[in-house]
Design a protein around this ligand. Structure first.
Ligand SMILES: NC(=O)c1ccc[n+]([C@@H]2O[C@H](COP(=O)([O-])OP(=O)(O)OC[C@H]3O[C@@H](n4cnc5c(N)ncnc54)[C@H](O)[C@@H]3O)[C@@H](O)[C@H]2O)c1
Length: 420
C-alpha cells in the first residue's frame, strides 16, 4: 500500500490536516506514539476541538489509517511532521519530539519523498537539524528527497477561518523543495505563499504570533492605566477601531494562553539572545505585561471585595471560563490557571465553571466544578468571568450574580458588573 501523505502527530494540528487531505482525495496514514490516541481514532473518536467524531468516521471511510507503526512512513510520498514543541527549560523550543519524529522519518526514508516540518520552532531548525538527519542516510536534499518548512496557522474554535481558506506559507531548502511542497499544499488550500527559504517561513510564524502577543500586551497595559485614570478602555477601543486604516483592535483580557501566543515569542527572544547576545526587547516586555495579568485580575477581585468590607480569605469566588479561548476545551497555559493560583494563595473559596472543559486542575489540585452555574453565581461573593463560550447565557448570569468582574468586556453592562 502506498499513501499520498503520512502525518506524524495526530493532535490539534495533525488531525485537521488529515481531514483536509482525505476530503481532498489523498490517501493518508497517521502516525502517533500515543497508542490511546491511535486507538480512539481507529474507533472513530476525536480528541481534538474542531474535529468531530463524524469527521473521524468520514476520514476512516476515506481510507485514513491511524497507526503507531513507524514503518508506514516508508510507504508515503510525503511526510508532514506535526509534533509538539513545548518550551524547554532554557526558554527555546524543546525539540526532542521533533528529533524523534525526524529519526523515524530518516529510518524509513526513500528517494523521491517530500518531508515537511510544521511544528513551530526557532529559525534554522529545518536546515540545521532536520536536513543533516535526513542526509545522514546518504540521500541529498533537493535532488534525492525534498525538505520544507510550512507553519501551521490553525485557529482553534474559529468558524470563519478554515484550513482551506487560510493561506499556507511554504519554504523549501531548494527551489525544487519549495515547488514540491507547494504542489502538496496546493491540493489542500486555496492559496500557497512561497517563502525564500525555510528560515523565512519559520520566522514568519514567530512574527505572526509575536505581533499578537505585543499588541495584546499593549492593550492590557492600556487597560490597567485606564482603570487608574477612570477611563473606560472598552469605549476607547470601540472609538479607535472606527479608524478605517492603520489600527487593528485587540482587547484586554486576563492574560494569554494556549500553545502558541505565550510560547512562540519566547522562541524568538531566546534565539536572538543565543545567537546575537542581545535581548528582543519588545517581546520580553510583552511577556512581562501579559504574564502579570492573572495576578492583576486577582488583585482586582481583592479590591472589589475590599470595597464591600470583605477579605478574599473565605470569600466564595466563582471562576467562569477556564480555557484560553472561546468555545474550545484546551486549558494549556490558560490564564485561568494563574488566576486560580493567585486567588487560592489569598485564601479564596473557589468554584469553577466552563461548559466545554468541565474539570480544572491547578498544581495537582482540582477546583470544584459548579454543577448549577446560576445557583453558584447567586451564592458567590464575586463571579470572575475569564472566558465567554457561545452557549453562556450572559444575561442570566448577570441577573443571578451579586458582583461580577468581567475580564473580557463581554457581559451586559450593569451596576454590579465591573469590567477589567
Ligand atoms: N494547537 C494549535 O493551535 C497550533 C497552531 C499552530 C501551530 N502549532 C504547533 O504545531 C505543533 C503541534 O502542536 P499540537 O497542538 O498539534 O500538539 P498536540 O499535543 O495536540 O499533538 C501532537 C501529537 O503528536 C504526538 N507525538 C509526539 N511525539 C511524537 C513522535 N515522535 N512521533 C509521533 N507522534 C508524536 C503526540 O502523542 C500528540 O498526539 C507544535 O509545534 C505547535 O506549536 C499548534
Amino acid at each position: 500500500m502506498t499513501y499520498h501523505l503520512a502525518v506524524i502527530g495526530l493532535g490539534y494540528v495533525g488531525l485537521p490536516l488529515v481531514r483536509e487531505a482525505t476530503s481532498s482525495g489523498l490517501s493518508v496514514v497517521g502516525l502517533d506514539v500515543d497508542a490511546s490516541v491511535v486507538g480512539r481514532l481507529a474507533d472513530g473518536r476525536s480528541h481534538v476541538d474542531d474535529v468531530s467524531d463524524a469527521d473521524v468516521a468520514t476520514m476512516l471511510a476515506a481510507g485514513f489509517r491511524p497507526t503507531t507503526d513507524a514503518s508506514a512512513l516508508g510507504d508515503a510520498e510525503a511526510v508532514v511532521i506535526c509534533v509538539p514543541t513545548p518550551l524547554s527549560a532554557e526558554g527555546g523550543p524543546d525539540l526532542s519530539m521533533v528529533r524523534a519524529a525526524v529519526d523515524a522519518v530518516a529510518a524509513h526514508l526513500r528517494p523521491g519523498q517530500l518531508v515537511v516540518l510544521e511544528s513551530t520552532t526557532s529559525p534554522g531548525t529545518t536546515e540545521e537539524m532536520v536536513r543533516p538527519a535526513l542526509e545522514a542516510r546518504g540521500l541529498s536534499v533537493g535532488t534525492d528527497v525534498h525538505l520544507a518548512f510550512s507553519p501551521e496557522r490553525i485557529d482553534p474554535g474559529s468558524t470563519t477561518h478554515g484550513f482551506r481558506t487560510t493561506p499556507k506559507v511554504v519554504g523549501g531548502c531548494t527551489p525544487a523543495c519549495t515547488r514540491r511542497a507547494a504542489d502538496l499544499y496546493g491540493r489542500l488550500v486555496d492559496d500557497v505563499v512561497l517563502a525564500r527559504s525555510p528560515r523565512e517561513a519559520e520566522m514568519s510564524k514567530l512574527l505572526e504570533n509575536t505581533y499578537r502577543h505585543v499588541n495584546i500586551a499593549l492593550v492590557n497595559e492600556t487597560a490597567k492605566v485606564c482603570h487608574e485614570l477612570g477611563i473606560d478602555v472598552w469605549d476607547v477601543i470601540r472609538c479607535a477601531s472606527t479608524k478605517p486604516f492603520g489600527f487593528q483592535a485587540f482587547r484586554p483580557g486576563p492574560g494569554v494562553g494556549g500553545h502558541c501566543i505565550p510560547i512562540d515569542p519566547t522562541y524568538l527572544s531566546h534565539a536572538v539572545r543565543a545567537q546575537l547576545g542581545s535581548p528582543f526587547r519588545s517581546v520580553e516586555l510583552a511577556q512581562e505585561i501579559n504574564q502579570s495579568m492573572p495576578a492583576y485580575v486577582a488583585r482586582r477581585v481583592q479590591d472589589m471585595l475590599n470595597d464591600g468590607g470583605r477579605a478574599v480569605r473565605g470569600s466564595r469566588v466563582l471562576v467562569v471560563g477556564t480555557t484560553y479561548k472561546t468555545d474550545i476545551r484546551d486549558q494549556r497555559e490558560s490564564p485561568a490557571l494563574g488566576v486560580v493560583r493567585a486567588l487560592r494563595a489569598l485564601g479564596a473559596d473557589l468554584q469553577q465553571h466552563d461548559s466545554r472543559a468541565p474539570d480544572l486542575v491547578v498544581d495537582g489540585e482540582a477546583v470544584p466544578p459548579a454543577e448549577d452555574l446560576l445557583a453558584a453565581a447567586a451564592a458567590a461573593d464575586v463571579v470572575v468571568v475569564l472566558q465567554v463560550n457561545s452557549d453562556l447565557d450572559a444575561e442570566a448570569l448577570v441577573s443571578a450574580a451579586g458582583l461580577v468582574l468581567d475580564a473580557r468586556g463581554a457581559l451586559p453592562e450593569a451596576a454590579h458588573v465591573v469590567r477589567l
